[in-house]
Design a protein around this ligand. Sequence first.
Ligand code: HSE
Length: 435
Amino acid sequence: MKPINVGLLGIGTVGGGTFTVLKRNEEEITRRAGRPIRITAVADKNLELAKSIVGSGVRLTDDAFSIVTDPEIDIVVELIGGYGVAKELVLKAIENGKHVVTANKALLAVHGNEIFAAAQKKGVMVAFEAAVAGGIPIIKALREGLSANRIQWLAGIINGTTNFILSEMRDKGLPFADVLKEAQRLGYAEADPTFDIEGVDAAHKATLMASIAFGVPIQFDKAYVEGITKLDAADIKYAEQLGYRIKLLGIARRRPQGIELRVHPTLIPAKRLIANVEGAMNAVLVQGDAVGATLYYGKGAGAEPTASAVIADLVDVTRLHTSDPEHRVPHLAFQPDQITDVPMLPIEEVETSYYLRLRVLDRPGVLADITRILADQSISIDAMLQREPEEGESQTDIIILTHLTIEKNMDTAIAKIENLDSVTGKVTRLRLENL
Ligand code: HSE
């Protein structure tokens, strides 16, 4: 059996893991793929490091373009990341008739439509299981396993760094900044963790899942993105007292008016399975009309979990690369000419429940004023908690949970509440999903 030749671009953590797992499970992977999968060329800026990982028998270069144009290479694995040179390399590989396997969510969330169109035109595959939730086969599940369903919504904990931080904030009652430092010390968070903590990484992943779930173009620019940097440990505690956990969720939901695509800290009932996903683990909950709720759980990052997804794609491409491109699974689950441009709803049109924390003067009529404002916006209260003021304290916190409402109604209510003399400071607003 002639091996299929793979060229690897970037041999960091995931590249190293891909080597290790391909080697360790070579016999079984070959039995599954039908022929050996061989990494024959590796490009990396750090040739010393690359050499220590790959050993002999593999062509090493610091010129990634020499791999994407190499006639011997069948599949290019792009593990460089980012939207700069990675985009050029992926497009060049496609132009040269190579199939591409990538873990690069940022690239696909921002330039995916262009990349998939180029691949379609050339009749090559661009596989990206590793781009969303690391080792969890969520792309496979959404694109193939659930293809009978009209998918109604999905919600995922799809960033391990932030989930680790939130778990630690809850367990230890520590502020965000302290836990972030600890996460960096332990190697969970990058030296520059901006994409993780600001929700951008989760939004890249949610954008890709939304496209596959609903058959819409990839539209990262329409996603609402809010990270966890402003989250106060006090809200985690109050949420817990009311029976909720706070998670950074990526949510995509189909509504009659369009599609909601949003990432933000979210209260979810503590009794839900997904609320109990702790530490750096990932989980995605998908609701289909036929199957009901399904939950996918596993490691969303790391050398071997991500390699597991990269190699699954390599096996898929190896099995299918001689097949008629028309008969392959479409990149975005729906046939390319069936992808429809349903409106993506702005955050003001999103429908959700809310958690509000207000700092108020402890005097008669305060609550009545607040509830009147909410009622005027047709916002119904679900639960309420007032912290008993300390001895001699003239202010206290009121926590309100609401039923479903439209975000713009809540914006109006909050503006009016903040104008009350009895309310001191800004209202803290978090969204709540019962899932
Ligand atoms: N930085 C990501 C996370 C992993 O923390 O989950 C890669 O997407």
